[in-house]
Design a protein around this ligand. Structure first.
Ligand code: DHB
Length: 310
């Protein structure tokens, strides 16, 4: 019985797509929901208006299953498209509505629209898109993060969480947790891609993606250690009412297990979903179940957050 609960929503499976992967169109969202092994779906981060995104090539899979690099540039069908999708969709699975406005004003405007709508799922405020030229990742600016959450919670009463970028310093873990703990957040999702990596094609001495001179967000196996550190560090610091969605570097059941051991309630799959397709969820759930049975556990609560230190 591998389930979870966040803000009163029941998840019959703990895995789902990571925002950005297989979630831009209604067909893609439907395919994630149709999997018998997903507990929810998250929509492509929306902006107020449709965006085509950055020029291609803008996504690349590294050799030897190391991971991926992308600079998509927030291609999305626009806020109203996802509002229509969630309004019409008949499903028992919770839906996370992701928004990534390019300014505080744009985010607050979309939050107002969500608040005033019939949407009855969860909202993920993405403060960590690294791929729009000239737009810094909000969550690396602690004052800006505090400011937008302060304004949001003056009117927003539906379940709200934030998608964070990875942090790399213990003091930054302390700083972001101190801010997040001031608000009634339903969840924190960590991590987004490691922003602004650079991958070179060694046959041609050329960058592998076109936008931003080749700089892009790194995901997959390369980011697992950073993802686990962020899940663990935030679980140790956040109020227990704030649930954690663990994202980053999941390619096997053991990776899912490790995220839970660090404190994750749900686990998202990004790069490996892009590589393998929705069949990944069946495989990961089977591999996770085998580990859990082998260890003699009967529920996720038996080991969630129970990482051992020496
Ligand atoms: C994009 C990438 C992200 O990591 C994100 O959080 C939002 C958008 C993108 O390039 O489309």
């Amino acid at each position: 019985n591998l389930t979870a609960t966040i803000a009163g929503f029941n998840f019959e499976h703990i895995m789902l797509n990571a925002a950005g992967v297989m979630c831009q169109t209604a067909e893609e969202l439907d395919s994630v929901l149709a999997s018998a092994h997903t507990g929810a779906v998250v929509t492509k981060s929306a902006t107020s208006s449709l965006r085509p995104g950055n020029p291609a090539p803008r996504y690349y899979e590294l050799p030897n299953k190391l991971g991926t690099i992308n600079s998509m540039g927030l291609p999305n069908e626009g806020f109203n498209y996802y509002m229509d999708y969630v309004a019409k969709k008949q499903t028992h699975k919770p839906i996370f509505f992701s928004i990534a406005g390019l300014s505080k004003q744009e985010n607050l405007e979309m939050l107002h629209q969500l608040q005033d709508s019939d949407f009855n799922g969860l909202v993920e405020l993405n403060l960590s898109c690294p791929n729009v030229p000239g737009k810094p990742q909000t969550a690396y600016d602690f004052e800006a993060t505090q400011a937008i959450l302060t304004e949001a919670f003056t009117f927003f009463t539906k379940p709200l969480g934030v998608k964070l970028p990875p942090y790399f310093d213990i003091v930054h873990f302390d700083d972001i947790a101190n801010i997040l703990n001031q608000f009634p957040l339903a969840f924190v999702n960590t991590i987004n891609s490691i922003g602004n990596g650079l991958v070179i094609d060694d046959a041609t001495d050329t960058v592998v993606i076109k936008p931003k001179g080749g700089f892009g967000g790194v995901g997959g196996t390369l980011v697992k250690a950073t993802a686990l550190a962020n899940v663990r560090a935030l679980r140790l610091r956040l109020n227990p009412e704030i649930k954690i969605i663990g994202t980053g570097g999941v390619t096997s059941g053991r990776d899912v297990y490790d995220h839970i051991l660090c404190g994750a309630d749900l686990v998202e799959v990004g790069s490996q979903l892009a590589i393998e397709g929705v069949a990944v969820f069946e495989r990961l759930e089977r591999e996770l179940s085998e580990i859990i049975i082998e260890k003699g556990y009967t529920s996720l609560a038996d080991f969630r957050g129970q990482l051992k230190v020496i």
